[in-house]
Design a protein around this ligand. Sequence first.
Ligand code: SF4
Length: 236
Amino acid sequence: MSDFAARLAATVSILEKIATEFSPAVFASSLAAEDMVLTDLILRHKLNIGIFSLETGRLHKETLSMLDRIKETYDYEVELYKPETDAVNSYVQQHGLNAFYDSVEMRKECCRIRKVEPLNRALSGNKAWITGQRRAQSATRAELAVQEDDVAHAMQKFNPLTDWSEDDVWHYIRSNNVPYNALHDKGYPSIGCEPCTRAIQPGEDVRAGRWWWENPESKECGLHVVDGKLVRIKSI
Ligand code: SF4
């Protein structure tokens, strides 16, 4: 934990730079542990960065309850972006409520409707966006950079927790009494939609519980990829 203070200071410095040099900027919060660290830092330091979340319509009740906990703790209302009702109804009528289990294509189409399209709306008009991704979370994030040129959204993308470990995240949360999703205490290190996330066993990869029926190489929701493919985004 000796280098933790330096990593924390670097993260605050990045957030301050985003707030001053890349305004308007927004933080996409999944309401999971990493994102609660960033929420706390943004609100604690009163940074000019908006916080939003994608309310897919399939989230756990524990995840949704974080919205009230953020309001109680910080007197801040996270902005919610929801999928288009017609698109959801059309998908469900044509394919079924849980068709994402049938194929990678069906899963990506559900993610496109419930996450990617609302994300595009949320990002529109901003110069930069922020995520809570860390390199250690999965094979698909091993080369994650702190700042990336997000070509698809024509803006900068920042990952201020890039080099944080899971221990760093929990050290910050416990040291600062940050509210966190109750699912983390039930074996869920990574949290997404309820039907697509399961608890993992000790020793399993932290993202093993996400879309567990698919190959690891397929396990991104389209929010951090371009045209549905994992591509190397140019680092600055
Ligand atoms: S994570 Fe699952 S339920 Fe959520 S949008 Fe993607 S496929 Fe649909």
